[in-house]
Design a protein. Structure first.
Length: 367
């Protein structure tokens, strides 16, 4: 397999639309890298430039250490799986998987061997004589992946391959693709707008926003140590709670003041935040770090607040409580069996050991 490296890559459409802006990204050999971001952020354009389907305006792309800027797509030794699968409707699954090898003049025996091996890996041997119209979405997706596998390329590119599947099948196929990566030990670059897909599949995740790379890290590091407010809000479901306010007090005793809600800042944050006294900041805390009040668990790393229940969303194994605290709207995640009523006032504990603070202007993390 191979490494993939993008250096100072830039792509514009027309005069005013910057799709990708000065991108630097390195994908390691045999790594499963996920590009994630909202629709229109440039992640599919990045994939198409790596594949050679889109020319970039500036920068360099390296595959296996060699610059491929001027190498045609067919010669880059890359296989791409598209969102719509792009299967030929008049061909059987076998013929679709074999088509690329036939174009490259592989012997018939070798083609048959590779197709059968890929079909076995993907559990689609019994579908090889069917045409796409006789296949389900999941089966079509497997055929599209199989077509890529038989080529044994240096790099696999996946462009939102699960977005056309229903929720249950997406979960199943996430697992199948992760197992496939472990079996093939392939270099995979996978594009999705679904942060849950990114978190469960990627060895590392690159978060993209408006053509700009925000952060690249392992999934749990992105979740626990987001570099800015955008990453903090995009990674995680439900999204992180954000409260606008300002820091008050002195270096030894700091309080985050929302206007009506005051939260004492734990000592571990004093050194980092004391320089921002009087400045507008954003306080961030994830829903699972808001709990029903338990005095036995109170301490330096907790704060107590009162909130009014606005909406209750039972999700089965957990329930999301939409709350009004001070002037702010919060979401808490709870597994409690007894749920509060709408309009009820409840007492809560905030786990400040997991709190985040962001500069209101730059949105960068301050901790």
């Amino acid at each position: 397999m191979a490494t993939v490296e993008l250096k100072n890559v830039r792509k514009t459409f027309g005069r005013n639309v910057i799709a990708v802006d000065r991108l630097d990204l390195e994908v390691n050999n045999k790594e499963f890298m996920v590009l994630v971001g909202p629709s229109g952020c440039g992640k599919s354009t990045i994939l198409r430039m790596i594949a050679g389907l889109e020319r970039m305006d500036e920068g360099e792309i390296f595959i296996d250490g060699k610059v491929v800027n001027d190498v045609p797509a067919r010669d880059r030794d890359i296989a791409m799986v598209f969102q719509n699968y792009a299967l030929y409707p008049h061909m059987t699954a076998y013929q679709n998987m074999a088509f690329g090898l036939k174009l490259r003049k592989y012997p018939q025996a070798e083609i048959g061997k590779r197709v059968r091996e890929a079909a076995e890996i993907l559990s689609i041997s019994r579908f090889l004589n069917r045409k796409p119209k006789a296949l389900s979405g999941g089966e079509s997706q497997r055929v599209a992946v199989g077509r890529a596998i038989v080529r044994k390329p240096k790099v696999f590119l996946f462009d939102e391959p699960l977005s056309n599947l229903d929720a249950k099948l997406r979960v199943q196929m996430r697992t199948e693709l992760s197992k496939l990566h472990a079996r093939l030990k392939a270099t995979i670059i996978y594009v999705t707008h679904d942060q849950l897909e990114a978190m469960t599949m990627g060895e590392r995740i690159a978060v993209v926003r408006d053509g700009l790379l925000q952060q690249v890290d392992q999934p749990l590091q992105l979740y626990r140590r987001p570099i800015n407010k955008f990453v903090a809000g995009f990674i995680g479901s439900p999204t992180m709670n954000f409260i606008e306010g300002a820091i008050e007090g002195s270096e030894d005793s700091l309080v985050f003041d929302e206007g009506q809600l005051k939260i004492e800042i734990p000592p571990r944050c004093h050194k980092s935040l004391s320089r921002y006294i009087g400045d507008p900041l954003i306080f961030g805390l994830r829903p699972e770090d808001i709990h029903y009040l338990d005095p036995a668990k109170s301490g330096q790393e907790t704060a107590e607040i009162s909130a009014t229940v606005d909406v209750v969303e039972p999700m089965g194994n957990e329930t999301f409580l939409h709350l009004i605290a001070g002037k702010s709207h919060l979401v808490a995640s709870t597994t409690a069996s007894v749920l509060p009523q709408l309009g009820e006032k409840i007492e809560l504990t905030l786990d400040l050991s997991r709190a985040h603070f962001f500069d209101k202007e730059t949105e960068l993390s301050l901790l």
